[in-house]
Design a protein around this ligand. Structure first.
Ligand code: ZN
Length: 485
């Protein structure tokens, strides 16, 4: 990988040249000979890897979808075919590891092990496919560490900070990216595991005692955590930066977070988001500013294309489209032209950042994540596409909503009946419930194009329990209670 500071001042033309070179090297030296899936695909499609001269030729390669990688009952080991590995059969031509050793000796074998042997695993989450393991070799762990350093560099954190990693401990990118980021940046860190592991009360006390300056959270938990700390009138005056990962951050939630921190003595607070997917194996950070300038990506580690989600054709710079990921300098589980399903409203831009001056490309921060839920039957006629993601900005930002949950179920619990959507809301104390109900109903119809079957008010503790706020890895905001078929 390149030197980050150097990378941040390279011209767009130099970046492209570097990406072309790295892409050719990856395809010819790694993917074609060592990826069982892609070497099969290349042969089946009659694709010559030597003909891919650079990023502009990526369009000749097929897309990879979640379903291509995810294990199924019939093919439980499908994902292994995406792991870059010098397979004995394939490498026969070039000489097996053991045969290499008489020439290069132990060092060659060790280098191969460093490059290829999986040593770290993350899993994908989601309802549309089975969890898929994504593996890192030791060499790949250098990438996640370097990516972490860059992330915190973009955010402006340094060794003077005191960092609290409140992502839930799990084999997922968020927790580990934060861990490697802080470790590689030399920042003192409490890797707490979040409320689920350490308990919210202990975590509140730790933040106060350690005089934490920066924290990272899943957004829904951050709001709960800070509300609880504010209720206890804690001194959080040391806190300057809140980082979010795991899901989209609605602007209204940023305001709620800031006002809670200000209540606890903090000033000049930055609330910033990260963007990543399991497949990218590294996270990108939002440039710190009041208005959003987007996520700075690492052009020596990946190519990001933005394509029309229907036609798959690349769109122009700054135009809306689906984010497509291709690794550049990775081993382990490598997926080419991966369709993330996430739509970036402002696409990707190569102009130097007006905020920090870095020249690395930026993905627009306005990202609409793919809905993980199956179609709805709201009428007898046909399935309706409802984007449940639209509940998040609406409910998270609403000033009179403290907590909320959406439940989808079948009318009368009959699998052949229509679907119904129930909205549970813990309202702000003392607000006019009738007015709030009418307001929510109207906004839900506006933003999701469906009318909720009912809006039910409940006390905060009851909704927290339904959400599994401290018992689940990520709270269950949308609870699909329909029978699975
Ligand atoms: Zn910037």
């Amino acid at each position: 990988m390149e030197n980050w500071q150097k990378l941040c001042s390279m011209s767009a033309a130099e970046i492209k040249k570097m990406q072309d070179r790295k892409l050719r090297a990856l395809l010819i030296n790694q993917i074609y000979p060592y990826s069982p899936y892609y070497s099969r695909v290349f042969k089946e499609m009659g694709l010559d890897p030597y003909k891919i001269k650079g990023v502009q030729d990526l369009k000749h390669l097929p897309f990879t979808y979640k379903e291509d990688v995810a294990p199924t009952d019939e093919e439980p080991e499908k994902h292994k075919d995406f792991v870059v590995r010098p397979d004995e059969e394939i490498t026969e031509k070039y000489g097996h590891l053991a045969k290499l050793s008489p020439y290069g000796g132990k060092a060659v074998v060790e280098e191969k092990i460093y490059d290829y042997k999986p040593v770290h695993i993350h899993f994908t989450t989601g309802r549309t496919a089975k969890s898929t393991p994504f593996v890192y070799s030791k060499r790949d762990l250098e990438n996640i560490r370097e990516g972490g350093y860059r992330l915190l560099d973009v955010f402006g954190l340094d060794e003077k900070d005191m960092f609290v990693n409140a992502f839930p401990y799990s084999p997922h990118l968020a927790f580990w990216q934060a861990f490697f980021a802080a470790e590689n940046s030399g920042i003192a860190t409490l890797n707490s595991g979040g409320g689920k592991v350490m308990g919210t009360q202990n975590l509140i006390e730790a933040v106060e005692e350690l005089r934490a300056t920066a924290m990272c959270f899943i957004p829904g938990y951050a709001y709960y955590f800070l509300r609880e700390a504010a209720r206890q009138k804690r001194d959080f005056s040391s806190v300057k930066t809140i980082l979010f990962g795991g899901e989209r951050v609605p602007p209204g939630l940023k305001d709620k977070i800031k006002s809670l921190l200000m209540e606890m003595g903090a000033a000049e607070i930055l609330v910033l988001a990260t963007y990543a997917c399991t497949e990218s194996r590294v996270a990108w950070g939002e440039c710190p500013a009041e208005t959003s300038y987007g996520y700075h990506i690492y052009p020596d580690m990946e190519v990001i294309e933005v394509v029309d989600p229907d036609t798959g054709e690349p769109v122009g710079e700054g135009e809306e489209g689906e984010i497509v990921y291709t690794p550049l300098d990775w081993r382990g589980t490598s997926v080419l032209r991966y369709r993330t399903g996430d739509i970036a409203k402002g696409g990707i831009t190569y102009e130097p950042c007006p905020n920090c001056g870095r020249t690395v490309p930026r993905i627009s921060a306005n990202i609409q994540r793919k809905s993980e839920f199956k179609e709805f039957e709201l009428t007898k006629i046909k399935g309706t596409l409802v984007n449940l993601n639209n509940f998040f900005p609406l409910m998270m930002s609403h000033p009179q909503v403290v907590e909320w949950q959406v439940e989808i179920r079948k009318r009368n619990n009959d699998p052949f009946e229509l679907d119904e959507i129930y909205l549970y809301v813990a309202p702000e104390e003392g607000c006019n419930l009738e007015k709030l109900k009418a307001d929510l109903r109207q906004k839900v119809i506006r933003d999701t194009e469906v009318a909720p079957s009912d809006i039910i008010f409940k006390p905060v503790p009851e909704i927290l329990k339904q959400l599994g706020m401290e018992t689940e890895l990520k709270e269950k905001r949308i609870f699909d209670n329909r029978p699975t078929d």
